[in-house]
Write a protein that binds this ligand. Sequence first.
Ligand code: NDP
Length: 434
Amino acid sequence: MAEAKTVHSPLVTYISMLSLLTLCPPFVILLWYTMVHADGSIAQTFDYLRQHGLQGFLNIWPRPTAVAWKIIAVYAAFEAALQLYLPGKTVKGPISPTGNQPVYKANGMAAYFVTLITYIGLWWFGIFNPTIVYDHLGEIYSALIVGSFIFCIFLYIKGHVAPSSTDSGSSGNIIIDFYWGMELYPRIGKNFDIKVFTNCRFGMMSWAVLALTYCIKQYEQNGKVADSMLVNTILMLVYVTKFFWWEAGYWNTMDIAHDRAGFYICWGCLVWVPSIYTSPGMYLVNHPINLGTQLAFYILVAGILCIYINYDCDRQRQEFRRTNGKCIVWGKAPSKIVATYTTTSGETKSSLLLTSGWWGLSRHFHYVPEILGAFFWTVPALFNHFLPYFYVIFLTILLFDRAKRDDDRCRSKYGKYWKLYCERVPYRIIPGIY
Ligand code: NDP
């Protein structure tokens, strides 16, 4: 299938794949340990490791416990049931490189509300206290690391022996197949879409659930919630709400339409999202910083504005594509390029590239508010420690790499039309000017 090529040189690809495979799991544990047991201080963790060496590291690595497995299993089963049984409109995804068009049930927003109401309800009525999740967080991450790795092996085997569609195939290299995945749209049965489950219903949903968990933990610990924690929780919840509001649009993005289900995307969503993406909130639990009403309010407004702009960029592109360019962008008919391309089966098709609105300011402009939004939900942690900012830095690197991967993919898909597009909409430091 067309997407099997790697973007970077083979050497860089192997080095980055092997380092991610080996370094990400210990990093997740070290981040959790530093946030929860070392006051968020990298220096303190580093000192501990210097004194106690490898054995010290193994001692802090929590073993997956029965409680951790139970929490994960109940959560995963609940989310899978909501995905399968909640009603929702039927939505078609984009046409794949081999000409398939996946069909989805758009019930993400309903699943999101049912999940949050259930979680808060369990706490409110004294049935389950979310602080249990925080208190077993290390064991939960440890179990997720192992469980998700096994799940990726399952995906690899499934891709070989029982692919769900013709959008699958091997690159001929076992490590690349495991890392980048075998199938674009793996399913269990006809209706249970695995990537919707891993990326949206497990990964993104856990972000909201953990944001609430951290807030509740601080409340139970101190009898009140600091304004820094409130700003962080509200902004993260606004971001995740925006995500589920727009979930059907997400099914048209690179994660779903181009990246195959392998370690990179699935392990990332099952482990990296619940641990790293939520980490600024994890830090704030034990750092109830008081910002004062005015500062808290400014940060909140700036964060909401960035999340809104990011949403509006995605909405603009989707609306433009959905209406085949017959829409209004910033009060005018959109300017566009009609780009033709050839599918792997040799058919000629065309796509529209938007060159006005947010999409005329600069190439990949929508990543700017994405990064700034993350900055604003982190900055309530102020600047005593570096670690809460890890997610913003990681996100910046991820999106730079993504912009390059996307450019390379679009260049090979659209050829001269992409060249024209790049001339009309270059990367600009100051959008719209140079
Ligand atoms: P996009 O949604 O921008 O999708 C890129 C695709 O859009 C391209 O491959 C191309 O696909 C099409 N396209 C490119 N240029 C144009 C244009 N001018 N007009 C119309 N279509 C165009 O990419 P992402 O998936 O990276 O981003 C989606 C959202 O997810 C963003 O809001 C982003 O910030 C967010 N995100 C968040 C991450 C996180 O970890 N927090 C990580 C990654 C993304 P085609 O083949 O159809 O032409």
